[in-house]
Ligand binder design. Structure first.
Ligand SMILES: [Zn+2]
Ligand SMILES: [Zn+2]
Length: 159
């Protein structure tokens, strides 16, 4: 009797988790110059990676956890007037036609978008996306800080 070997069970992983966390050498060469002076290399790597992925049209600018314009984590520059986009409804209250502010609590990680006029918490799709990306960027920035502190303490222990 001839037994067939079992079928290959490796299933394709979901796209998000298969996305590399570091840019390739080619991507660093192509997009890295803009971020060469950033001290936080994890932030720079994430910027390079998101520039590359955005150019491949795999994510939109609104889904990014880093900001191409301000070269920062999204939650750090979301307060800039440049992030108020009435056309798409990001940081915008359509009912009042007024801008919204984003409250970011670094300690608890909570993020809310509140209209500056009616003081309502805005739950539209665009404003929920602001909350989502700010939460994710907050978590990534924390992780980056923790990794750097760890690297620093192990470097001083080795010295
Ligand atoms: Zn920005
Ligand atoms: Zn309002």
């Amino acid at each position: 009797m001839h037994l067939l070997s079992p079928p290959d069970r490796t299933e394709p992983r979901p796209r998000r988790s298969s996305r590399p966390s570091r840019p390739s050498a080619a991507e660093v060469l192509r997009y890295g110059e803009r971020y060469a002076d950033l001290r936080d290399r994890h932030l720079a790597d994430t910027l390079i990676l998101e520039d590359a992925v955005e150019e491949r049209e795999e994510i939109s600018a609104h889904e990014r956890i880093t900001c191409h314009v301000h070269r920062r984590w999204t939650h750090e520059c979301i307060a800039s007037p440049m992030h108020v986009i009435p056309v798409t409804g990001h940081r915008w209250c359509r009912r009042c036609e007024a801008e919204a502010s984003v409250a970011v609590d670094e300690l608890t990680g909570s993020v809310t978008v509140v209209c500056t006029r009616c003081r309502q918490v805005l739950e539209t799709a665009a404003n929920r996306q602001v909350v989502r990306t700010c939460r994710a960027s907050l978590a990534a920035a924390h992780e980056s800080r923790r990794a750097r502190a760890q690297a620093q303490s192990s470097a001083s222990a080795a010295a």
